[in-house]
Design a protein around this ligand. Sequence first.
Ligand code: ATP
Ligand code: MG
Length: 575
Amino acid sequence: MTRSDPGTPSRDGAPVDFIREIVREDLASLKHAGRVVTRFPPEPNGYLHIGHAKSICLNFGVAAEFGGTCNLRFDDTNPATEEIEYVESIKDAVRWLGFDWDERLYHASDYFGELHDYAVQLTRLGKAYVDSLTADEIRDHRGTLTQPGKESPYRDRSVDENLDLFARMRAGEFPDGAHVLRAKIEMASPNLNMRDPVLYRIRRATHYRTGDRWCIYPMYDYAHPLSDAIEGITHSLCTLEFEDHRPLYDWVLDTLQIDPRPYQYEFARLNLTYTVMSKRKLLELVQGGHVNGWDDPRMPTLVGLRRRGYTPESIRTFCTLIGVARRENLVDVAMLEHAVREDLNRHAPRVMAVVRPLRVVIENYPDDLVEQMAVGNNPEDPSAGARLVPFSRVLYIEQDDFREDPPKKFFRLAPGREIRLRGAYFITCTRVVKNPAGGIEELRCTYDPATRGGAAPDGRKVKATLHWVSAAHALDAEVRVYDRLFTSENPAEEEEWLAHLNPASLDVLTACKVEPGMASARPGDRFQFERLGYFSVDPDSGASGTLVFNRTVGLRDPWARIDAAGKSERAATAR
Ligand code: ATP
Ligand code: MG
């Protein structure tokens, strides 16, 4: 796997990629009579993750760009793993991302009747047969990549016998596993998927939609092309692991002479550094208690990212940025963080919060005075205006912003030094008060009344501007700071992927103080805490009287530099 380069959006910002190239050509040649119909086909067996967002943005995006439509289809052919809880969460996630399937909500299980009829038709054509080998025997007969498969002794059953057995399979006359219906293709095919793949198996399981109406269920590789055909899909976009299944996709449609028919195209799945993406692994993280549920803000699930404070816009931007290609790659998570940071920078109001408070007493400030200081809400957006923040004699600043014995290049507060408090005054530290154990208890400072608003009339400068809150007015808050969930760049490739969990992926700071305006903050609201990063209000907030914030992303953007370099490189090649 290679690290990815930024995608290549065209000059007007619309994405260009090989899929869109194919769609454009098909429209020009009228291959599908000028129609573009795509689908997003999740299996409802887990929550969607950021990889699914890539597929959603591609399928819905292509449809929108070319005047077509995109269906939402639940690929619910496996009764054992599917649940209604997942169905609802998937619908929520697609809507949250900003896409709409209108009335085109479908289920593969809607087609069980038709899929069954097609299977009868294949049997009648002599293209399918009932096999009575056990699952183990079928596996043994399948051969390997280097060895051809062996034909089943049941392969030459007559059409009538096959029709009779298949009807009795459906009627529930046989126990699970007694027989399967297989396609009759070619046991010596170099492609294992073409060695008489199983089309139907007997399975007594209650399906979340069809209940106990069926005891035979179709396999994915058989159901998928036909579901696409039934819905009039033109371009069936899937990930690369299905490339070897395409001959079977084509075989099903061509053998049944379905016309017009859909075509399958494969693209590389999204892999992201420092996380895992398979639903099975995500389930293991949840069930093993390694995270606090599917919506844990450290999870790459869409519910997790949402809770963390990611915006749908930023995820869509990210999907455009990474582009769509056939080459497998590993995308730097910094690129995703870059996208959310850029979005929040434009839209998130600035507020002041102190996560590790240090008490500061302004000795020459009147005891009973409270001044309302006007502080700008967003330098990136002048229309966002300013708010009033109360200032008083006792404040909190960040512990990190003071050093009793400042090293070189530390320009923040230190004994005898003057700094600016954002939107308020210049203050000078005059004394450090310690507790008996020698720890710093509070700072004693003086302020210069002439510097109100943060500028000195005599023009003298200070080297730092610190954020602060008024102790008497501040609200208590808990701040949850997240780091990468794994310490390995690609945990899925590690032998013991769970051994690479980052033990320090969550840091809960419980003694935080935020400015009083945050009393009206609601779950999901997003802010920039000045100098600290971007934060969103957690759904837990307010429950115990304390505000709870999640750190969405820090302020530093290592990707901005890389992206800028990429842009100039792309500009250079365009010239
Ligand atoms: P996983 O392998 O994570 O369990 P899946 O492929 O089994 O996912 P589905 O519900 O079958 O999950 O996926 C629905 C659609 O999303 C499919 O078309 C699939 O190809 C696509 N998809 C899944 N994971 C990714 C990914 N990482 N990048 C891009 N598309 C993906
Ligand atoms: Mg799947």
